[in-house]
Design a binder for this molecule. Sequence first.
Ligand code: FES
Length: 289
Amino acid sequence: MTTPRNAGPDHERRDETVITSSFTVSVLAALGLALLYWQGGQPQLEGALLAVAAGGIAVGLITWSHGLMPNEPEAEEREDPGSTSSEREAFDEDLDFGQVLSRRRLLRRFLVASIAAMGAAFLFPLRSLGPRPTDRELDDTPWKFGTRLVTEAGAPVLAADVPADGLVTVFPEGAVNSENGQAVLMRVDTALLRPLPGREGWTPQGLIAYSKVCTHAGCPVGLYEASSHQLLCPCHQSTFDVLDGAKPVFGPAALRLPQLPLAVDPTGRVYATGGFSEPPGPANWNRKS
Ligand code: FES
């Protein structure tokens, strides 16, 4: 039979007490963490409880490993198949070892309970993710056929007022300051445009509009370099080619800015003929480009 390094009943009982106490503290800390999170949370306290929960498991396992696990290999000589009186005594001692084994089973249960409690506590943050948005919700902007473009002040946008080298931030009429409805409107030379298939009629008089919400992390794409026809997001310098369907040409954004189909009514006012080509913003994992 092999023996732990700190052999001796007193050592073992002391180590077992340390182990059960550590696992119990870990369980309580994990339950406290779950309860605190459920009540609304407090980051510093949550961090402290998490540290105690993990630390309790660590202390328990280390003590177990050092105090109760065998540390030295032993070989038993077995020359005589018969049992001597000393071997019989040793066998009796081994039978007494059953009590130790049952205590070890108890320790294992404490270990499982502490790991399970901490695992359960880790499940609570999943609530923070909220319900999974659907494409329909992401695409739910105020733009629809006939919605007029207005300025930040709510004034209708006239085609003649859009400067050739400038950028106008526009909103759907009736939804000024709409976060997912905001768009940038520019005027470009129609001969330079390279419309994507199906979008040939979306740019009357060279007027072209894209969502203002960056597809990288949602910053407003508010800078326009007319000489290169590029829109720039100031947050991480993603750059989009206005002439080529707002294709990203530089920076971390991987998706085009959604385009807004436009038309001009007989009075010269600009209106949308539908919603954005894709749901605006970065939270759109179904898009390929
Ligand atoms: S949010 Fe626009 S580049 Fe990052």
